[in-house]
Design a protein around this ligand. Structure first.
Ligand code: F6R
Length: 244
């Protein structure tokens, strides 16, 4: 696991974009998993600025959403699907069909999860997983305690994670879902390369915990990256607790 420290969140986004484009150009039909959240927003903003030729090259990718809320009566505008449609697909001129995602409203989440694993396998496995990190070390929506070999499936959200996502539900915690469906830790670890983005002061405790861990523990899911052969933590100075 390697750390790469940039001056600012924009520089982290540019670093991440360069690594994504490297994967895009190194394979005919790569598969890439993308996160939602506040951290990758600058990444998607930078993608919007790409030339039309480079945007066109993104059409060759099998894009996968990392996770989704699970909530029967969710407004589409609060879903991760909508987030990625509006902040990623539209800005790079890709059609909705370019992104595989998990259904937030499915009646059969286990069937949905199994089918997602099959779609990832059919795409040849993930060439790259782009991640953020939760305040409790979660990756995707794999909360502390999730088995390290878990595959795509349903997870209960901690209060901390619900509070962090309440902004998508008008800051109303009561409306913020209590469960989610996510690629598992094992699914993420099967990606050939992983980049985890962490920016801003709020990520100082999470990054400090990650830095201090010598071995993998389910209590801090991101620690699993210690065992990945090609994992990169892209941080800005603020997330490292350094002067900016
Ligand atoms: C979102 C996801 C989560 C977030 C994490 C950090 O798809 O998988 O693990 O990456 O909760 O979220 P932000 O970036 O909002 O701090």
């Amino acid at each position: 696991m390697q750390y790469h420290v940039s001056a600012s969140a924009t520089d982290v986004a540019l670093d991440a974009l360069e690594r994504i484009l490297q994967v895009v150009s190194s394979s005919k039909r790569p598969a890439i998993a993308l996160p939602t959240g506040k951290t990758p927003m600058p990444l998607y903003e930078q993608m919007a600025l790409l030339s039309n030729d480079v945007k066109a090259s993104l059409a060759a990718v099998n894009w996968f959403a990392l996770d989704e809320f699970l909530c029967k009566d969710i407004d589409h505008e609060s879903s991760f699907r909508y987030f990625l449609e509006s902040r990623f697909l539209r800005t790079v001129n890709l059609p909705p069909s370019a992104l595989c995602s998990l259904s937030a409203v499915t009646d059969a989440p286990d069937v949905e999860a199994k089918a997602y694993e099959e779609r990832i396998a059919a795409a040849g496995g993930l060439d790259l997983a782009v991640l953020g990190i939760g305040l409790n070390g979660h990756i995707g929506f794999n909360e502390p305690g999730t088995p390290l070999d878990s595959r795509t499936g349903v997870r209960q959200l901690t209060e901390k994670s619900r509070k962090a996502n309440a902004y998508l539900f008008g800051d109303d915690l009561d409306r913020t879902p209590t469960s989610a469906i996510t690629m598992g830790i094992g699914t993420i670890m099967s990606a050939r390369r992983i980049i985890l983005l962490a920016t801003g002061q709020s990520k100082v405790p999470a990054i400090a915990s990650l830095l201090s861990l010598q071995s993998v523990t389910p209590d801090f899911p991101a620690s699993v990256l210690l065992d990945h052969p090609d994992a990169h933590i892209l941080c800005d100075r603020a997330a490292m607790g350094l002067e900016v």
